[in-house]
Each structure stands twice: as structure tokens, then as C-alpha cells.
Design a binder for this molecule. Sequence first.
Ligand code: UDP
Ligand code: MG
Length: 140
Amino acid sequence: MSEQKTLSIIKPDATARNITGSINARFEQAGLRIIAQKRISISKEQAEKFYEIHQDKAFYDSLCEYMSSGPIVVQVLLGNDAVAKNREIMGATNPANAAIGTIRRDFGESIEHNAVHGSDSEENAATEIAFFFSGIELVG
Ligand code: UDP
Ligand code: MG
């Protein structure tokens, strides 16, 4: 196992329901350390840039509208195999298909409003962390 960083986002549906602390507790219970965190709002254009890998998907426009519709909490998680570990505790994209006890199963509202984002590879994690944070903001 190697120590990794991954980017997490608590999405607008979760900030609206005031459950950021409950979600953060899941990360900490799983051994992931929140080494950077900020609550921000992003524009639709910024959401489009962040999710540009999905620009050809049918859900892209709605996703970007939603991600810019309210506050988000962007955060960097550090831990052993953090990318895969976070994906595991997040659960499947669609909360209805997510395993029992996962964040999306317990807190997600729909396939779009699914509470959290997590990077899907170490390479994408580095790109996504750099999108939101400078090195001086990562305090391990
Ligand atoms: N999404 C959606 N409809 C879909 C698939 C995805 O609205 O059919 C949204 C959902 O919020 C998801 C995000 O787009 O988290 C990015 O999709 P991806 O396939 O990367 O899923 P993830 O990596 O977040 O599990
Ligand atoms: Mg993804």
C-alpha cells in the first residue's frame, strides 16, 4: 500500500442538507485524513472545465448546472491507497446501486445528486487537486 492523495467534493445536494460533518466523519473513520478543505461556489464555466472529460455525455450540461447551483466543499484526502479507498467508501455512482454503508447509499439522493465526487485515478487526482488547490494549502 502506498500513501496517496485524492480529490473529494461534497456536492451541492449535501451542503444544502447540512451533512458535511457526517460525510467527513466517514472519511476519518476509513483512515483518510482531510489535509485541505474549503467551501466555495463555482461558476457553470468552471464546472464545465472540471468535468470536461464528460463533455460528450448526455448528463454533462445538467451536471455542470447542478455543480454550480450551490456551495460545494472541495477537499484533499490523504491515506494508504486513498484513491481506491475513497471510491470504495463513496459507493457506486447511482445511490440505488451503491453498497450498504457507503456514503452515496446513505446520503445520495439520485444518480446526479449523489453527495460526493472522488478522483478515479492517481493521475486524475493530481490534476483535480491542482484545479482547486495550491501546494501551500495542503497541510498533512
Ligand atoms: N452523472 C449523472 N448521470 C449519469 C452518470 C453520472 O448525472 O448517468 C453525474 C453524477 O453526479 C456523477 C458525475 O456525473 O457523480 C460524474 O460521473 P462519473 O461517471 O464520473 O461518476 P463518478 O466517478 O462520480 O462515480
Ligand atoms: Mg468520475
